[in-house]
Each structure stands twice: as structure tokens, then as C-alpha cells.
Design a protein around this ligand. Structure first.
Ligand SMILES: Cc1cc2nc3c(=O)[nH]c(=O)nc-3n(C[C@H](O)[C@H](O)[C@H](O)COP(=O)(O)O)c2cc1C
Ligand code: SF4
Ligand code: SF4
Length: 462
């Protein structure tokens, strides 16, 4: 069987799955229950000077029949006294010595940082995560994302922590910044051992149309909160990739954001994370999701021949290029598999109104037809088609040619003028504007006037 254990910047864990610092790690009761269920580690709910929270505090984004594709909160760090949390950390570590317990910390002054690091160390924490990411409530007090957005301040606080820390220090980054690598580099300069990302994204999840107030509502009012859950995974993956590819960051990365199952976790790992953290999914479905996560990961590793987590860390990174390095000679074309088609014609509408008028309807059948020469291979029809594998995007170039934008620039063959003959769309069919108002405007039929190479033509064949 593959070995799921990790050594993350010196923090050992039986598997890469950690609970993120959040309500599921608010108490020893929850963390022990989670470890018993199979979680490898837990980042304790952020410790500091205890807060007072408001009620209510969470908002959700539901999409059609799916609950909580996005989740929003306006809660702060731990509202429990530090001594209670530290006593429970000690108890958990005694019962689960081989699991990772990481103390998430957020305080203000140098003295407070020194005190809380020392006390957490004494309680047996395996490492620290510095919360420079909370985008609401704490940032107004000069903490959380207010620090994560100021690389110099971030570096200074990391240096304070490193003065006393004898355990690994992870810096948790805020996504509420234009270039995530800047605070990551500051963390490195400050001497941190690792980074974790992302914390929540500043957001308003919705507005009550009767009360005229944003959710979650507190006595008729609301505030911006922090967004997380499945909807944020794409943003998290991109930021993990940015940090993992940066030549000067070179620190272990704990991937956080939208992880709900083993596949999400593997995506984070393939883009450079060597541990992953989960919050919303544990709040939504409970600790039991870990069983599917570990068995799914194990199965995937067996199938791919990976013996350890480190065989897969960053495996997708060489395939994430800059746009200018992609092969412009590669071509895919949509292909409708008529035997699977249910005739909904969503593909036709999408291509007709939102893409390149490359799908036509034929009399006597509800199965649309691709006009190959118009198809630019954008994928839209295959993405909207509700039937799996009904529209496939099939390769139509012969695979012998390779030309990138960078190479075109170097060779002087890229369009440089507004009306350049080398414009990419020069040879695509475009219906003449007035065709939109004709009787047959919802159909792309043989005989529809089109603009090809600047000329209006009426093709005899579709
Ligand atoms: C209700 C709630 C409270 C949170 N509290 C903290 C916190 O105290 N400290 C912290 O570093 N992150 C906190 N987070 C952020 C999570 O640790 C995590 O970074 C974020 O939710 C993204 O992961 P997810 O998509 O799996 O939820 C909180 C998130 C939620 C939803
Ligand atoms: S979207 Fe798919 S199922 Fe619907 S008509 Fe197009 S090909 Fe057929
Ligand atoms: S891939 Fe794009 S252009 Fe081609 S048929 Fe589908 S939607 Fe139209």
C-alpha cells in the first residue's frame, strides 16, 4: 500500500489531510473525534486574546439544487480563554502523539507573539500557523489580512516569532491581494518554514431583498465576510500554483480552499501542496468524509504507481505554462454523438448566441449538427451539454506542427496593426449583422449570408 504519511517542514502527520483552523477545531472534543475518524492533523481555531462574536455569523450560496457551493462567515478567532485551549491541546497530544496539532495564532505586539508562541510550545503544539489572512473583524484591528497585505509588516512579525519558536512556523496567506507571491516571499525572508493558503476571500454572499441588508444579518444589518467552500477552489489552486512555481519561494505549501473530496486534494497536491486543509466540507458533512478521502487517495496512488505523497507533489506544474508558450497549431473541433443526444439544443443556443454560430439545426431532427469550418474549438457546447460525453472535443490537427505566440512574435508573424491581414478571426465565417433579424434568425442554415474574409457571401452549402 502507498505511504500516506508526510513530514511537512518538520511536522509529522499520518496522512496529508488536516482540518483547517476554523469551528471544527474549536475544542479538544472535536479534534479528538476528528483524529479518531482518521484525520492526520488539525490546525487549532486561531488563538489570541479571546473575542466576542455576533449572531448570526454564516451566509451561504446555494446553486440550484446544491447547498453551500459557497460559504461566508463573519466570525472572528477563538472566543475561548487561551488556558482552556492550551490545556486541551496538551490533552489531545497526549492521546494522539503521532498526529499533527498546529496552533494557529493571531496577536498584536512583539511581547504577545513571544508569549503565545512559548505557551503553545509548552502545551505540545507540533508547529504554528500565523493567521495573516482573516479578512473581516480582525483586520480592522490591524491583524489578520491587514498584516497579510503588508509584506514588510508580515516579515517583521515572522521575525518576532522566529526569535522564540522552536517548532516549525507556517504563514497563512490572504487571497485578498493582487500578487500572492509577495507575502509568500516576505514570509520566507522573515525565516518562516512553510506557507499555507488560502484564507477566506472578502465577500458579500447576497442581499436580502426585503430587509435591504447583506447576509448574514445581524439585527437588520450586515458586514462583508470571508468566502470559502467549493466555489473558491479555482482561486486557491491558482494561488498555490503561483507560489509553487516561484523560483524563490521554495517552501512546503499547505493547500487550502474548496477541498471536499480526495480529487480536490489531489489537485492541490499536483499543483505543489504537500499537505491539505479542509474547513467548509467538514462543517457541511462532518468528520466522516475523511474515510472516502484517504481511501480514494490511496486508490489513486496505487493506480498511478505513486509510493509516497512526495511522488505526486507538483507533478502538474511543468504543464502549467504561460499563455504565450501554448501550441497555437493544436486544434480541437466539437463532435456531437447523435446516439447520446437528448435533443435539448442547449449547445445550439450557446454556440449561436455566445460563441461562433458553428452549430445548425436540421429539419426533421432535434439533434444539432456542427459546422466544422466555423468551430473554433472553444469547448462551450461540450460544457453546456447535459449528457456526459455526448459532445466530445476531438483533435483535428495532425499533430506535426508546433507554434507558440512567443515564436510568432519572434518571427514577426503576429498581427501588429488594427486591420492586420494576420488577425486570428480573419478566416472565420461570421453571419452578416442583418441575418440576425431575418425570419430564420434562430437557425444557421445553408443560404444564410455570412462575412468571410471581409466579403459578404451566401454559401450554397452549410
Ligand atoms: C466559520 C469559519 C471560521 C474560520 N475561522 C478561521 C480562523 O479562526 N483562523 C483561520 O486561520 N482561518 C479561519 N477560517 C478559514 C479556514 O481555515 C479556511 O482557510 C477557509 O475556510 C478555506 O477553506 P475551505 O474552502 O475548505 O473552507 C474560517 C473559516 C470559516 C468558514
Ligand atoms: S446539448 Fe448535448 S444533448 Fe443537448 S442537443 Fe446539444 S448535443 Fe444534444
Ligand atoms: S466548440 Fe465552440 S465554436 Fe465549436 S461548436 Fe462548440 S460552442 Fe461552437
Amino acid at each position: 500500500m502507498p505511504d500516506l504519511s508526510i513530514n511537512f517542514a518538520g511536522i509529522k502527520s499520518p496522512n496529508p489531510f488536516w482540518l483547517a483552523s476554523a469551528p471544527p477545531t474549536n475544542s479538544g472534543y472535536q479534534v479528538m473525534k476528528a483524529f479518531d475518524a482518521g484525520w492526520g492533523g488539525a490546525v487549532w481555531k486561531t488563538l489570541g486574546v479571546p473575542v466576542v462574536n455576533v449572531s448570526s455569523r454564516y451566509g451561504g450560496v446555494n446553486y440550484r439544487d446544491k447547498r453551500l457551493i459557497g460559504f461566508n462567515n463573519i466570525e472572528l478567532i477563538s472566543d475561548r480563554p487561551l488556558a482552556d485551549n492550551l490545556r486541551e491541546i496538551e490533552e489531545v497530544k497526549k492521546r494522539f502523539p503521532n498526529h499533527a496539532v498546529i496552533a494557529s495564532l493571531m496577536v498584536q505586539t512583539r511581547q504577545e507573539w513571544h508569549d503565545i508562541v512559548r505557551q503553545s510550545q509548552d502545551a505540545g503544539a507540533d508547529g504554528f500557523e500565523l493567521n495573516f489572512g482573516c479578512p473581516h473583524g480582525m483586520c480592522e484591528r490591524g491583524m489578520g489580512s491587514a498584516v497579510g497585505q503588508e509584506p514588510k509588516v508580515l516579515q517583521m512579525i515572522v521575525e518576532w516569532v522566529m526569535e522564540v519558536a522552536t517548532k516549525p512556523v507556517i504563514v497563512k496567506l490572504t487571497p485578498n491581494i493582487s500578487d500572492i507571491t509577495e507575502p509568500a516571499l516576505a514570509a520566507r525572508r522573515g525565516g518562516a518554514n512553510a506557507i499555507s493558503l488560502i484564507n477566506t476571500i472578502q465577500s458579500i454572499v447576497g442581499v436580502d431583498l426585503d430587509l435591504f441588508a447583506p447576509y448574514p444579518i445581524v439585527d437588520g444589518k450586515g458586514s462583508n465576510g470571508g468566502y470559502c467552500g467549493p466555489a473558491v477552489k479555482p482561486i486557491a489552486l491558482n494561488m498555490v500554483k503561483n507560489c509553487a512555481q516561484h523560483p524563490d519561494i521554495k517552501m512546503p505549501i499547505s493547500g487550502i480552499g474548496g477541498i471536499e473530496n480526495w480529487r480536490d486534494a489531489v489537485e492541490h497536491i499536483l499543483l505543489g501542496a504537500s499537505s491539505v486543509q479542509v474547513c467548509t466540507a467538514a462543517m457541511h458533512f462532518g468528520f466522516g468524509i475523511i474515510r472516502e478521502m484517504t481511501s480514494g487517495l490511496e486508490q489513486y496512488m496505487v493506480e498511478k504507481g505513486f509510493n509516497t505523497i512526495y511522488d505526486m507533489v507538483g507533478k502538474a506544474l511543468p504543464n502549467v505554462l504561460h499563455w504565450e508558450d501554448l501550441n497555437m497549431k493544436y486544434k480541437v473541433t466539437a463532435n456531437i454523438h447523435a446516439e447520446k443526444c437528448i435533443g435539448c439544443q442547449l449547445c445550439y443556443t450557446a454556440c449561436e448566441d455566445g460563441a461562433h454560430q458553428a452549430i445548425k439545426l436540421n429539419a426533421g431532427t432535434r439533434v444539432p449538427e456542427i459546422i466544422e469550418e466555423n468551430c473554433v474549438g472553444c469547448n462551450l457546447c461540450s460544457l453546456v451539454c447535459p449528457v456526459e460525453q455526448c459532445i466530445t472535443m476531438d483533435r483535428t490537427d495532425d499533430g506535426t506542427q508546433h507554434l507558440t505566440w512567443k515564436e510568432r512574435i519572434a518571427a514577426g508573424t503576429a498581427p501588429t496593426e488594427f486591420n492586420d491581414e494576420r488577425a486570428g478571426g480573419r478566416h472565420h465565417w461570421v453571419p452578416v449583422p442583418s441575418a440576425a433579424l431575418g425570419k430564420e434568425r434562430h437557425k444557421t442554415l445553408p443560404g444564410t449570408a455570412r462575412v468571410i474574409n471581409g466579403e459578404t457571401v451566401v454559401p450554397t452549402e452549410a
